[in-house]
Structures are given as C-alpha cells and as structure tokens.
Design a protein around this ligand. Sequence first.
Ligand SMILES: Cc1cc2nc3c(=O)[nH]c(=O)nc-3n(C[C@H](O)[C@H](O)[C@H](O)COP(=O)(O)O)c2cc1C
Length: 176
Amino acid sequence: MLPIVIALSGASGVTLGIRLLEAIPQERECYAIATDGAHEVLRREKLHNVQWLRDDDIGAKVASGSFLCEAMAIVPCSMNTLGKIASGIADNLTTRAASVCLKERRKLLLAPREMPFSTLALEQMQRLSLYGVLIAPPVAAYYANVQNLEAMERFWVGKWLDLLQIPHNLYERWGG
Ligand SMILES: Cc1cc2nc3c(=O)[nH]c(=O)nc-3n(C[C@H](O)[C@H](O)[C@H](O)COP(=O)(O)O)c2cc1C
C-alpha cells in the first residue's frame, strides 16, 4: 500500500491532526508535516510509523510528483493554507505537497477550521472542490451517539479515515 501524507497547519484544533495520525494503522507508511503555525504543539508527540518532515524543507520527497502516495490530508487546515493552495502558491512543504496532489490528480483532503467562513474562503473551498479536493471540516454530528468532545473527535477522525479509505472502528455508523 502507498504511503499517506498528513499535514497540520496553524488552526485551532491542531490536536485533531495528532488524533488522525494516531489512528493511522501502525503498519502504514506515513509522512507528517507541521507548518510553523502548528509546530509548537507537536514537538512533544512521538508516533512510531510517522516520519516528521520540516515545512521549510521544500526538497523533501513529498514535494515531488515522483513520490507515490495514496492521499494527503491537511488537518486542521488554516484559512492561510487553504488560500495559498487555492491560489497555486507553494511556498512551504505543506502547500507544495498539496499542489503536487492537484497536478497528479491524487486525493487531497482539507479540514478547514474557521467560524464563520468568509465569502472568500467559501469561494476557495468551492474552487478546490470542483478540482476534486475533499473539503471536510470538523462539523458536529448528532446521530453517532456522541456524548462528549472526545467522542466527537473520534467521529471526525473516523470520517476523515473513511475518506482516506483506511478501515477503523472509531464511531457508531448510522444503522437506519
Ligand atoms: C491560537 C491560534 C489559533 C488560531 N486559529 C485559527 C483557526 O482556527 N483558523 C485559521 O484559519 N487560523 C487560525 N489562526 C491563525 C493562523 O495560525 C495564521 O493565519 C497562520 O499564518 C497560519 O499559518 P499556516 O497556514 O502556515 O499554518 C490561529 C492562530 C493562533 C495563534
């Protein structure tokens, strides 16, 4: 199976990116990037199957289309990173790897975190969605027996794993 790339940018809820990384199966090769905005929070975390890449290392392998990966997810995705990707700006490893996903027609998932969204951000999301990007913000669910924030986070991470086609058992599916 091909590797997965996960980037964390400087939006509130950067721990959600960590939860997603923790939920990637141990046997799956995984590369992670944290933008400067996300960096402070992450220094303490250690995950065995995850190789951390520096966001200013624009020459890292995920910056090349010749690096084969299954998908890239940016969780959480700041409006700054969203805007850069939607405008074709690739000035750090996160935005460069995302632009590679666009040009190679690979799966790209963004979890934008802002409230409310500006019209500009909504336009950028619409544009990216038309290019096939999955726009999957952490939106509350009320049908999955969610009793607390931890369960809500499991639901969001589970939904992102569904979109990345990674099996999990993190939330109760709607049974009709
Ligand atoms: C505590 C804190 C919380 C923030 N939360 C958000 C947020 O939820 N959404 C967002 O778009 N930006 C948020 N920002 C602003 C971004 O961090 C800022 O725009 C930064 O330039 C993003 O850089 P990056 O996209 O390279 O990570 C927050 C900043 C701080 C300091």
